[in-house]
Ligand binder design. Structure first.
Ligand code: AMP
Length: 394
């Protein structure tokens, strides 16, 4: 299938060609015709599935040649994702004469306001900052024709649901709604009921499945041994490695420790300024920093396709997080590797992931899986104990 057979107009097709895409991905070929037909849509897609273009291209197509003004709104959970989605859209929109602006916290409101005045057709925004602009009357949502809520489940995790509802009620009733999410927790379903009733669902592959191109390895060890083990692994790596930890403070500490030990490492987490995070992402993207230590939230915005290895230094707190983390490698059809260092206290979480990878059905509620689903054992760090009734936050 080609992009031109999807019904996109000429200036948008030129943008796609400039982005270097030959063929639409699965989610793109399924979602784009439906969005062009003005359907409301819920996209359940894996990380790296190409969903930005799946919603971005038909949005730009709808807006091209129309009245200027804020008509396309994309709401995203993090600054990094905001910058990345906007960069992709600007690339696709370069022959369409449309202006794409961003609104995210950590930089002066007036800088963004001046950009809006120069031209604003599509806004990519984080919820809190968008509300700041609305309250200051820097913009209105009166003309919005199409809204995209990206990574809805992550918005929920970050506590943004009240802001999202506030934003939705400020838009005209007549509009097209799109929602993308890796999972559909109850609160997201209730948002769908209120704002996207009757929306078409597009499921990409199995629900929240780890990508098939990734190999998964688990090594049992004590927490005290993890740092040395990680350094031994990193010393053998020639490519980019993303190392996950669960807490911001440990992220900073581990990044500093690796740097002190002479490794080309850095750390990215929510307590760093927008500028520091941007510099860090650039360093990683360009390969100046090859080992990046990150928290789950900060890592959402990393759009780097050539990550060779993902290391779970801390085991993720839920199955969905494991899938998201490992989905950072093996992107766009490449092979990838995930390595988890499993401490005794993390064995129960590991058992859930191992069961999922064996293809067993694991019931999962948001980020925290309920019930183990597996026998708990696995090659390395699994341990043979029965999973407890309910997994606790580690
Ligand atoms: P996304 O899931 O939107 O973050 O996209 C993941 C990566 O795939 C990004 O680097 C995109 O630029 C890239 N990508 C998206 N669509 C295509 C396509 N049709 N062909 C090749 N690469 C693509």
């Amino acid at each position: 299938m080609s992009f031109s057979s999807l019904g996109l107009s000429e200036p948008i097709l030129r943008g796609v060609a400039a982005a270097g895409y030959d063929q639409p991905t699965d989610i793109q070929s399924r979602a784009i015709p439906k969005i062009l037909a003005e359907q409301h849509l819920i996209g359940l897609g894996q990380t790296g599935s190409g969903k930005t273009a799946a919603f971005g291209l038909p949005m730009l197509d709808r807006l091209v040649g129309g009245e200027p003004g804020l008509r396309g709104l994309i709401i995203v959970p993090t600054r990094e994702l905001c910058v990345q989605v906007a960069e992709n859209l600007r690339n696709y929109a370069q022959f369409a004469g449309l202006h794409v602006c961003t609104a995210f916290g950590g930089i002066d409101l007036s800088i963004q306001e001046s950009a809006f005045k120069r031209g604003l057709d599509v806004l990519v925004a984080c919820p809190g900052r968008l509300i700041d602009h609305l309250e200051r009357r820097n913009l209105t949502l009166d003309k919005v024709e199409m809204v995209v809520l990206d990574e809805a489940d992550r918005m929920l995790d970050m506590g943004f649901m009240p802001q999202i509802r506030k934003i939705f009620i400020r838009m005209p009733r007549e509009r097209q709604n799109l929602l993308f999410s890796a999972t559909m927790p109850t609160e997201v379903e209730s948002l769908v009921e209120d704002f996207l009733p009757g929306a078409e669902r597009v499921q990409i592959g199995e629900r929240s499945q780890a990508a098939k191109t990734i190999s998964h390895r688990f090594v049992a060890m004590t927490i005290a041994d993890k740092k040395d083990a990680l350094e031994r692994v990193l010393e053998r790596e020639h490519g980019k490695v993303l190392v996950f930890v669960n807490k911001k403070i440990n992220c900073e500490k581990l990044g500093n420790a690796l740097k002190r030990d002479g490794l080309p490492a850095d750390a990215i987490h929510g307590d760093k300024s927008a500028e520091a995070r941007h510099a860090c992402l650039q360093g990683f993207s360009r390969g100046k920093v090859r080992f990046l230590v990150a928290t789950d939230v900060a890592a959402r915005g990393i759009d780097v396709d050539d990550i060779d290895l993902v290391v779970n230094y801390d085991f993720p707190l839920g199955l969905e997080d494991y899938i998201h983390r490992s989905g950072r490698t093996g992107r766009a059809g490449r092979k990838g590797r995930a390595l988890s260092l499993v401490a005794p206290s993390e064995k129960r979480l590991h058992a859930v992931v191992a069961a999922h990878l064996r293809g067993e059905k694991v019931k999962s509620v948001g980020r925290y899986p309920a019930g183990g689903g597996g026998r708990g054992g696995s090659r390395n760090g699994g341990g043979g104990k029965k999973p407890r009734r309910r997994l606790q936050r580690a």
